[in-house]
Design a protein around this ligand. Structure first.
Ligand code: HEC
Length: 245
């Protein structure tokens, strides 16, 4: 009798103790493992599977926060990414998975730069147009002079170059259309001739992430024809250079 009372008591105490611990540990985000992309580009997907929806593409040398990994049977090891990182604690949140073989652990000096305190004078909360500064630290921005003037591309403005359907449509319209070229050579038409949202979640923000890859490395515009060939990617590149407005 007394022993069972004791056990009940201990069990109850344990529960209280466990319950009091759980919320505290759940609130703390898991710590980042810092990785750098060492492949020319790395696609991020919503699940640890290449046939899940495409979330974003990372470029070579991008830094990311990894919070876990999963060895997929019959496939490779995938890592769970929660943010793209830039020096001085700038982070662009992202929730997705990528294959680990495209990554290398970040160097100690890079981690120090990534986790250094944000500059005191910098505006804290970037508003929509300033969001383009989040991914690129101010030091790097001198590299690309914004292509302003007649070639300006906006999200909702009509593109005036290239063949149809790119010419005469806006980026906003194109991401609600059907691709002209398959994402992977040789896919049967029935698999890919459908609207983008079957495979992607494009919006102004996610498209800007992709467009910035082109602005950073114009060669990337020629990697694959999908979705609409070169002219759309050139338009996206100009759009990113102008700040994704
Ligand atoms: C059948 C699924 C599917 C559909 C439909 C689809 N995509 Fe894709 N898309 C993919 C896959 C898979 C990749 C990755 C291919 C790769 O990296 O080689 C991709 C990659 C891309 C990329 C990155 C290309 C690059 O330069 O690396 C863009 C931009 C893109 N898609 C836009 C679109 C748009 C816009 C549409 C609609 C008009 C669309 N996609 C429709 C599956 C699809």
């Amino acid at each position: 009798m007394t022993i069972s009372r004791f056990i009940t008591c201990v069990a109850a105490l344990c529960c209280v103790f466990a319950a009091s611990l759980r919320p505290a540990s759940a609130q703390q985000p898991p710590p980042c493992q810092y990785y750098q992309v060492n492949a020319p580009s790395l696609n991020v997907f919503s699940q640890p599977r290449a046939d899940s929806s495409f979330v974003a593409a990372l470029g070579k040398n991008d830094f990311i926060c990894v919070v876990g990994e999963q060895a997929v049977q019959g496939d490779r090891t995938w890592v769970h990414i929660t943010a793209k990182l830039a020096p001085q604690s700038q982070r662009t949140a992202m929730d997705g998975w990528a294959i680990k073989s495209g990554l290398q652990p970040a160097a100690q000096a890079d981690i120090a730069a990534l986790t250094s305190a944000p500059p005191a004078a910098a505006p804290k909360l970037p508003s929509a147009p300033a969001a383009s500064n989040v991914a690129a630290p101010p030091v790097a921005s001198g590299a690309q002079a914004p292509a302003l003037g007649q070639g300006v591309v906006t999200f909702t403005g009509k593109i005036t170059e290239g063949p149809t359907p790119v010419n005469g449509a806006s980026l906003e319209q194109l991401i609600n259309g059907v691709p002209e070229f398959p994402p992977i050579e040789g896919l049967p038409d029935a698999v890919w001739k459908k609207t983008c949202n079957n495979c992607h979640q494009w919006n102004q923000q996610s498209l800007c992430v992709q467009a910035k890859l082109y602005a950073k490395d114009p060669k990337m515009t020629m990697r694959i024809q999908h979705p609409y060939g070169g002219p759309e990617k050139i338009a996206m590149m100009k759009w990113a250079q102008g700040g994704c407005r």
